[in-house]
Design a protein around this ligand. Structure first.
Ligand SMILES: Cc1cc2nc3c(=O)[nH]c(=O)nc-3n(C[C@H](O)[C@H](O)[C@H](O)COP(=O)(O)OP(=O)(O)OC[C@H]3O[C@@H](n4cnc5c(N)ncnc54)[C@H](O)[C@@H]3O)c2cc1C
Length: 290
């Protein structure tokens, strides 16, 4: 199917794009890589009357680690640009970010789809959304009234819904601290499909790397937005040697904590609960293997 008719606008800068969005109101949408929006328009799930193309804007595709250790990624950086960034841009402390890219669609999608587009689209199983929640990222948005920084924990409001105002543009995501013992893993029906369930952990290990002293656990595909799992994090906080039953206990606790996982054509609630158990344990193993 083809999309409904729309008027195309090419933005010259972020301020101009924000002004246009404010002028055009609810009937306007930003287009970046188009990898999600165009499909929705073709299926008539979205019918914007105006598209504001930010794809050509300069200065929004940077990928760099700052001297304070934070990783800053411009909204127009593609998934592939992050996957292939040099080590001085995405170092071993953020290996989880680089490696998570391989789970996103296929190469042609990764070369066009953008980090900002994925975060703004807010699919509950999207790898960027899960990483943002896991690593306490800050999302930087700019609109007619200036710039604001939104913690990932406050950004995702539900299925495909975020804290962004209709005239705001996501310009950057900032991951504040390296996570050298983090991993993301998932299960999808076929290579390149969206995950049915995705799990990510960020473990704290002691100096010799033999004991876990705490960590964070996040899940995608089990609720309208990616979620942290405090019950599983409490198990990690109790600590214990790597390779003990700690990871199994953490996984069990994550599976028990999720309140009625969704049931749909991709799997029953029971199937998803089993996936949580398997994937959390696997992510813990992968995180400690770094
Ligand atoms: C076959 C297929 C498989 C895929 N598999 C996966 C997968 O496994 N995991 C995954 O995460 N994604 C997957 N994707 C989606 C892909 O990652 C998209 O690139 C991403 O969801 C959207 O990025 P985009 O730049 O293409 O955004 P667009 O499609 O251009 O826009 C998406 C939405 O975000 C808004 N938007 C875009 N940029 C901004 C911005 N800077 N500020 C504010 N709003 C903005 C748009 O208005 C629109 O509502 C898949 C896509 C396809 C077609």
């Amino acid at each position: 199917m083809k999309p409904a008719a729309f008027t195309y606008h090419r933005a010259r800068d972020v301020e101009g794009a924000a002004r246009l969005l404010a002028e055009l109101g609810d009937e306007a949408k930003i287009i970046a890589g188009g990898q999600s929006l165009v499909a929705m328009m073709n299926f008539r799930l979205a019918r914007p009357e105006h598209l504001v193309d930010i794809g050509g804007l300069d200065g929004l595709d940077g990928v760099r680690t700052d001297p304070d250790g934070s990783l800053r990624i411009g909204a127009l950086a593609t998934h592939h640009a992050v996957e292939t960034a040099p080590p001085e841009a995405v170092g071993p402390g953020f290996a989880v970010v680089r490696e998570a890219m391989r789970w996103i669609g296929h190469l042609p999608i990764r070369t066009r789809g953008t980090v900002g587009g994925s975060l703004a689209h807010a699919d509950s199983t999207a790898e960027w959304c899960l990483l943002a929640v896991l690593l306490d990222a800050e999302l930087v948005a700019r609109g007619p009234s200036g710039e604001r920084r939104i913690p990932a924990g406050d950004f995702f409001h539900g299925y495909y819904t975020t804290a962004l105002e209709p005239d705001e543009i996501l310009v950057e995501v900032v991951f504040p601290k390296p996570a050298p013992h983090a991993a993301l893993t998932e299960f999808a029906e076929r290579q390149g499909d969206f995950a049915v369930v995705a799990a990510a952990v960020d473990l704290r290990l002691d100096a010799d790397g033999r004991s876990v002293t705490g960590g964070r656990v996040a899940l995608g595909g089990v609720a309208p937005q990616p979620v942290r799992v405090p019950e599983a994090e409490a198990v990690l906080a109790r600590g214990g040697p790597v390779g003990s039953g700690l990871f199994a206990a953490c996984a069990e606790s994550a599976a028990a904590a999720v309140d009625s996982p969704p049931a749909d054509a991709n799997g029953s609630a029971r199937h998803r609960r089993r996936l949580i158990r398997t994937l959390v344990a696997r992510a813990c193993e992968e995180a400690t293997a770094r």
